[in-house]
Write a protein that binds this ligand. Structure first.
Ligand code: FES
Length: 147
């Protein structure tokens, strides 16, 4: 059911933890499954993500996607990090079962929420970034069949 990469990131998650005085912190949850993910970003003066850590209270797929997402955004610029969508994370993990797609959405939204926090603190606007939802399940009902 799960790819080897998913199992690997679930069993040995990368970048677990917190960053003290992080440049940006984003927390999102999905009220439907009750899972919560928090992402910490350390962004330098050049706008490069030097470090990224996560804490996930959630299912195995949520742990694996957060782990992969942190690996994908590390060393990237803010604009590059905006390209780390849930699809990119899923591809990097060699796919997820359809019922677990929403878990990868949590990772994308948590990164966006952390970038939003950073932007707010620095009074900047990040192209393509809008205020994140704290619950990714909001407005999802109509798409229920897809999950
Ligand atoms: Fe909800 Fe995985 S079951 S994040």
């Amino acid at each position: 059911m799960y790819s080897e990469k998913v199992m690997d990131h679930f069993n040995n998650p990368r970048n677990v933890g917190e960053i003290e005085n992080a440049s940006g912190v984003g927390t999102v949850g999905n009220a439907k499954c009750g899972d919560i993910m928090r992402i910490y970003l350390d962004i330098d003066d050049e706008g490069i993500i030097r470090d990224c850590k996560f804490k996930t209270f959630g299912c195995g797929a949520a742990v694996a996607t957060s782990s992969m997402a942190t690996e994908l955004v590390k060393g990237k610029s803010i604009q590059e990090a905006m390209q780390v969508t849930n699809k990119a994370v899923m591809e990097a993990l060699d796919g997820l079962p359809p019922v677990k797609v929403h878990c990868s959405l949590l990772a994308e939204e948590a990164i966006h929420a952390a970038l939003w926090d950073y932007a707010q603190k620095h009074g900047i606007t990040i192209e393509g970034l809008s205020r994140p939802k704290s619950d990714i399940h909001e407005g999802e009902e109509a798409e229920e069949e897809d999950y």
